[in-house]
Design a protein around this ligand. Structure first.
Ligand SMILES: Cc1ncc(COP(=O)(O)O)c(C=O)c1O
Length: 384
């Protein structure tokens, strides 16, 4: 972009966002992903892009097999393990292709053509997952929440599993609909559980040993777009139900510790900074406590309101993505525009639900939720 074009964008932004919330001019970004990053992480990135660790070379320019990146990667692995208490019989991988690539890598690596895999479909992303699994033979939908536009999480008694599935797959937080599993689904004994945790990984304490495989795109709670974290139990690495190109096999990436080819060095580096930030802040206990308090600020407004309508059923509410509507689409538009003027951005809901969605990932400060809750009350008073 030319300097003139840059200036034009800057002045357009200033015109719409009269209020900023930090000395650096940053506003509250409630985007569902890529989402906000901790400001101190962004500042560290600024420095390291120019010259990381006094090496005289920026992080984007170092060889992925050089000493500087060796340390970045080793620290990221170590800190991920520390945060999640990951036992030695699990590998953690940094892969590419987004969480979407896991929709086919999971069945390709774990599901024999003639054995079924069970899927619980509680939203858009879970539906994408089951669709891709069909490429690898039969699948079974154990439960779905489609009957009520994915506004709830099914009870264990609603999940009907097949006789001997290769695995059970579910999505723990439904980013678009704003619902979240507050328990791990009860599945048949001995069947590995696979979870798409893209939008709630590290939002609270979690026990990875309950899972055979977990995956999460990094661009919400872990860092920036460009890498997907996969956690896989060793015994599942041994499953090789079919011939696959090397790039598509988990064993390839596990053997080469995520450096079979040039990995997404920048995205991994940012994950590494976010992991350090989580540890410094006190780990997942602290994240969980903060996230519950933040979400409560907004859900309290929804509960007290006759104006807003929440999408998610109360027992299925997400702590990460809060979905709600005003009485009319016109009011939704007004809400989003007025919020923008107050430096509250990223609230437009997905077309599947309409209305608004406030994503309150780890890096969203409490102050952002206080400001949003106050604006919601004020908007209701003026328009209710
Ligand atoms: C729960 C969930 N799964 C999967 C995806 C797809 O991720 P990606 O865009 O990294 O492929 C998203 C994206 O928002 C998501 O929220």
């Amino acid at each position: 972009m030319t300097l003139a074009a840059n200036a034009a964008v800057a002045s357009a932004l200033t015109a719409t966002n009269a209020v900023t919330h930090s000395a650096s001019g940053r506003i509250f970004n409630f985007s569902a992903g890529p989402g906000c990053l901790p400001e101190e992480v962004v500042r560290q990135i600024q420095d390291d892009v120019l010259n990381i660790g006094g090496s005289g070379i920026g992080i984007l320019e170092h060889s992925h097999r050089g000493k500087v990146f060796d340390k970045v990667l080793a620290d990221a692995f170590e800190n991920f393990r520390k945060i999640s208490n990951l036992p030695n019989n699990y590998k953690m991988l940094f892969l590419t292709g987004g969480a979407t690539t896991q929709n086919f890598m999971v069945p390709a690596n774990l599901k024999p053509q003639d054995q079924t895999a069970d899927y619980i479909t509680t939203g858009y992303w879970a539906e994408k997952s089951i669709e891709q699994a069909k490429v690898y033979g039969t699948v079974h939908e154990a439960a779905t929440s489609k009957d009520k536009n994915h506004s709830y999480i099914p009870a264990d008694s609603d999940c009907k599993f097949s006789a001997k599935p290769a695995y059970v797959h579910y999505c723990s937080n439904n980013t678009i609909y704003g619902t979240e599993w507050h328990r791990i689904p009860k599945t048949p004994d001995g069947v590995p559980l696979v979870c798409d945790m893209s939008s709630d990984i590290y939002s609270r304490p979690m026990d990875f040993t309950k899972f055979g495989l977990v995956y999460a795109g990094a661009q919400k709670n872990l860092g920036a777009a460009g890498t997907t974290v996969v956690v896989i139990r060793d015994d599942l690495l041994e499953r090789t139900p079919r011939e696959l190109p090397l790039m598509l096999k988990y064993t390839t990436h596990a053997k080469d510790e995520s450096r079979y080819n040039t990995p997404p060095v920048f995205a991994i580096y940012i994950c590494g900074l976010v992991f350090k930030w989580i540890l410094k802040e006190g780990g997942l206990e602290v994240m969980g406590k903060r996230n519950s308090e933040k979400a409560k600020l907004i859900y309290d407004v929804l509960d007290a309101s006759k104006f807003y309508k929440a999408h998610a059923r109360a027992d299925s509410r997400s702590l990460m993505n809060i979905t709600f509507k005003c009485p009319t689409e016109q009011l939704d538009d007004m809400f989003i525009k007025e919020a923008g003027k107050l430096g509250i951005d990223g609230l437009k809901g997905h077309r599947a639900t309409g209305g608004m969605r406030a994503s309150t990932y780890n890096a969203m400060p409490r102050e952002g939720c206080v400001v949003l809750a106050q604006f919601m009350r004020d908007f209701e008073k003026r328009n209710g």
